[in-house]
Design a binder for this molecule. Structure first.
Ligand SMILES: Cc1cc2nc3c(=O)[nH]c(=O)nc-3n(C[C@H](O)[C@H](O)[C@H](O)COP(=O)(O)OP(=O)(O)OC[C@H]3O[C@@H](n4cnc5c(N)ncnc54)[C@H](O)[C@@H]3O)c2cc1C
Ligand code: SF4
Ligand code: SF4
Length: 439
């Protein structure tokens, strides 16, 4: 990733350096059909496989790959008609907190159900013909795949966050094959790839009308879910369905078995997002990602991680609208009573995502990687401001994260012992803190 890496015609270099996030953009758009997506058992991520006999080294894949740092100013100009005005938040028009007025959608989605509600509204009102979204099937409950949803039922089949690799842009192939107007839903890196592709493919620019972006801190590798299932002694081969964020907000991991029995692991469990998913099983690309707030989407969606909303268990999202097209859709949906929204300040949005700390930690991780492996030569778009200078603790966190993720990539016995040790320490620290606050 970023400018330090030599560009040699194909994405092979990106993959070898570990900066491929498996987004699928290159596979969907290669003019020679020379790429396919495969699962890398070692890293627990998707990577493209290059068929050398078909490749003519045209360099198209490399130009659209989000493994090299995008030029955010240039892509903002193409997407929104202006360069980035605020490098921390990106361009924006308005921000809101809110939810879908359909209680089922609200309760069964990750946060406020706004993504499915707006997708269904756009489909049913002829604003678009299809929505690129992601779902898991009965045959492969642990490997969600992207597809084009064309009905309300199909949108509902794709509810919820998936905390595992997803090659969302692979389905751009179907958008190119079938004329029409589309919404694309994806993570910031997916959308970087898509915007890069739109910049050089006019048909794609015409067909993709709106982009919905999920705010993203990182995507755990497939090893994370495997680890969790093993820890709770849940046999993978008997799983019928897995919902990463079920039962209201913040909910938890619900696993439905073939015999209709269920397991539930709360979101805050130390073996889930309480500790392990926060600290282990990071793909290398996520360690250096500086686009948590998804600068290039028309509307971004996130959980409402603010104390004033913590008592709401039905689900609430925060959104930031970046484009006029996004704003038009939201106003129409409010008017029809599809969503309920309240204005909220952008500084509240930043606070909910700990943006200053996130940026400091990305700077620290880039520094740590540069220092140890000379992989980076740039800090990309990150502004040079005193409050963004990493502290000693940020650096410690960076080195720790890089270390444990470099040496603990799989599910070996050693890795399990290391994680158990960390979780015990973490639980002990939490109980001491709890006792201290009571006194
Ligand atoms: C990997 C990941 C990390 C996230 N990190 C944060 C964070 O740090 N802070 C925060 O506030 N929110 C984060 N979110 C976003 C949050 O979890 C919700 O997705 C968001 O609030 C929208 O919820 P919703 O109820 O409107 O829609 P939902 O019903 O949750 O719909 C989500 C939509 O996104 C699609 N989708 C789900 N997972 C993926 C995926 N991995 N790749 C591509 N498409 C996907 C689904 O198919 C669906 O269409 C993250 C989401 C993911 C998937
Ligand atoms: S375009 Fe996506 S899948 Fe292809 S090499 Fe780049 S990051 Fe990997
Ligand atoms: S942290 Fe960045 S690179 Fe990683 S999944 Fe999220 S958007 Fe993609």
């Amino acid at each position: 990733m970023v400018e330090g890496i030599k560009e040699e015609g194909t994405i092979q270099n990106i993959v070898e350096q570990g900066f491929c996030i498996g987004c699928g953009t290159c596979v969907a758009l290669c003019p020679k059909d020379a790429l396919s997506i495969v699962e890398c058992k070692n890293t627990g991520t998707y990577i493209p496989r290059l068929e050398y006999s078909k490749c003519n080294k045209c360099g198209f894949c490399l130009r659209i790959c989000p493994g090299t740092e995008p030029n955010f100013d240039e892509l903002n100009l193409i997407a929104f008609g202006q360069k980035t005005r605020n490098h921390l938040v990106g361009n924006y028009i308005k921000s809101y907190s809110g939810y879908s007025t359909d209680q089922n959608l609200r309760y069964n989605s990750t946060s406020g159900g706004l993504i499915p509600a707006l997708s269904i509204f756009a489909l049913e009102n002829g604003i678009v013909d299809g929505v690129l979204t992601t779902r898991a099937t009965d045959k492969k409950p642990l490997r969600p795949n992207p597809f084009i949803a064309r009905t309300k039922e199909e949108i509902i089949s794709a509810l919820g966050s998936r905390y595992c690799p997803v090659s969302a842009n692979f389905a751009i192939k179907d958008i190119l094959k079938n004329e029409g107007r589309y919404i694309l839903i994806g993570l910031p890196c997916h959308i970087q790839g898509e915007r890069k592709a739109q910049a050089i493919n006019n048909e794609l620019k015409k067909r993709i009308q709106l982009i919905f972006g999920l705010v993203c801190n990182h995507t755990p590798t497939f090893h994370a879910t495997n680890f969790l299932l093993k820890k709770f002694k849940i046999p993978i081969e008997s799983i019928a369905k897995i919902d990463y964020r079920s039962r209201g907000w913040p909910g938890g991991l619900r696993i439905l078995m073939d015999d209709y029995s269920e397991h539930f692991i709360p979101f805050s469990s130390s073996y889930y997002w309480g500790y392990v998913f926060q600290n282990f099983f990071w793909p290398k690309r996520c360690l250096v990602c500086n686009d948590k707030l998804c600068q290039l989407a028309d509307i971004i969606f996130m959980d409402a991680w603010l104390p004033k909303f913590s008592s709401d268990k039905s689900g609430l999202s925060l959104i930031v609208i970046r484009s006029k097209k996004g704003e038009e859709l939201i106003q129409k949906a409010i008017k029809k009573g599809v969503v309920k929204l309240q204005p909220i300040s952008v500084s509240d949005v930043m606070q909910s995502q700990h943006i200053l700390m996130t940026v400091r930690r990305v700077v620290a991780r880039r520094f740590a990687l540069n220092y140890s492996s000379k992989e980076f030569s740039s800090t990309g778009i990150l502004p040079q401001r005193p409050e963004l200078t990493p502290s000693f603790l940020d650096l410690l966190d960076a080195y720790h994260l890089i270390f444990v993720n470099k040496f603990c990539r799989n599910n070996s016995m050693l890795m399990q012992l290391i994680i158990d040790f960390h979780v015990k320490l973490w639980d002990f620290a939490r109980s001491v803190k709890k006792k201290a606050t009571k006194v």
